[in-house]
Design a protein around this ligand. Structure first.
Ligand SMILES: Nc1ncnc2c1ncn2[C@@H]1O[C@H](COP(=O)(O)OP(=O)(O)OP(=O)(O)O)[C@@H](O)[C@H]1O
Ligand SMILES: [Mg+2]
Length: 266
């Protein structure tokens, strides 16, 4: 099983869009996929057409130890399951304050889960709290979606430090394995930014760090309004507009992800 957290502490960079559409594309190839939504905004759940009216139907119950993942998980299409979030997940921070080992709850629940998924993806909120820490502690890999804007390297270093810290303290298997360029416009700035990020990771390959094996995926996700429309319709892009650029990009990205030859996970 490969387990991947989609993380960026910055908001609105394409985490949820990537988590949902990659999950759907993986499932379409016949792989069994579970997407866990740990963002109180519940955008990934809604993007897959799942609305939770009560926090007791959400991952909140798993984090407070009342339910198992299998009690919450819902199948949304062939090979694709979602563990939905709920707005009151925001209270988890408060509820878990002072609970020893609160960062490891999701890891333990996942370890005792009974369904053999090929991929578990976790959509993180844009902040570093107990929810993101649970996600990073539960997985082996992190993907960072990145918008090719001014000064992305500064933003990136905060993400890398976070991953490094979690790897040191909570999860020594954790590594950054992918950077996904999202909302790409064919402009000079965007291509310069991608080059900068690319050469940064090339230089970093010599030292053994949690990001030394990171790969910037060749497939860039172009800006495509159909992706935003699909999310508001509660459908993956492949069901909403299979012929869009968004659909093509996420399908190609997913092929790269499947082809990634890295020796992590179990
Ligand atoms: N490639 C794209 N082209 C056009 N719009 C996009 C693209 N990717 C994402 N969007 C839109 O941009 C907005 C932010 O994307 P998304 O929700 O995936 O980001 P996020 O990082 O999950 O945000 P948050 O930090 O709030 O969770 C959404 O409205 C989404 O539909
Ligand atoms: Mg999101």
């Amino acid at each position: 099983m490969r387990s991947i957290a989609i993380m960026n502490l910055k908001g609105g960079v394409g985490k949820t869009t990537t988590a949902v559409n990659v999950s759907a594309a993986l499932a379409a190839t016949g792989l069994k996929v579970c997407l866990i939504d740990v963002d109180p905004q519940a955008h990934a759940s809604l993007h897959l057409g799942v609305e939770t009216y009560n926090k007791s139907d959400s991952v909140y119950e798993v984090l407070v130890g009342k339910k198992e993942l299998r009690n919450i998980r819902r199948q949304v299409s062939e090979n694709l399951w979602v563990v939905p979030a709920h707005l009151e997940l925001a209270l988890a921070e408060m509820h878990l304050a002072g609970v020893p080992g609160r960062e490891m709850i999701l890891r333990d629940k996942l370890a005792s889960d009974d369904v053999p998924f090929d991929y578990v993806l976790i959509d993180c909120p844009p902040s570093l709290g107990v929810l993101t820490l649970n996600a990073l502690t539960a997985v082996d890999e992190v993907f960072i979606p990145l918008q090719p804007q001014f000064l992305p390297l500064q933003g990136l270093s905060a993400q890398l430090q976070t991953i490094e810290l979690v790897a040191k303290r909570l999860n020594n298997r954790l590594m950054l394995s992918g950077v996904v360029v999202c909302m790409y416009d064919d402009t000079r700035l965007a291509s310069e930014v991608v080059q900068d990020v690319d050469s940064f990771f090339q230089q970093e390959q010599t030292e053994p760090t949690v990001w030394s094996q990171a790969q910037i995926f060749q497939t860039k996700i172009r800006r495509n309004v159909r992706l935003a429309e699909a999310s508001s319709q509660g459908k993956p892009i492949f069901d909403y507009d299979p012929n869009s650029n968004g659909s093509e990009d996420y399908r190609r990205l997913t092929e790269e992800i499947i082809g990634q030859a890295i020796g992590v996970g179990g």
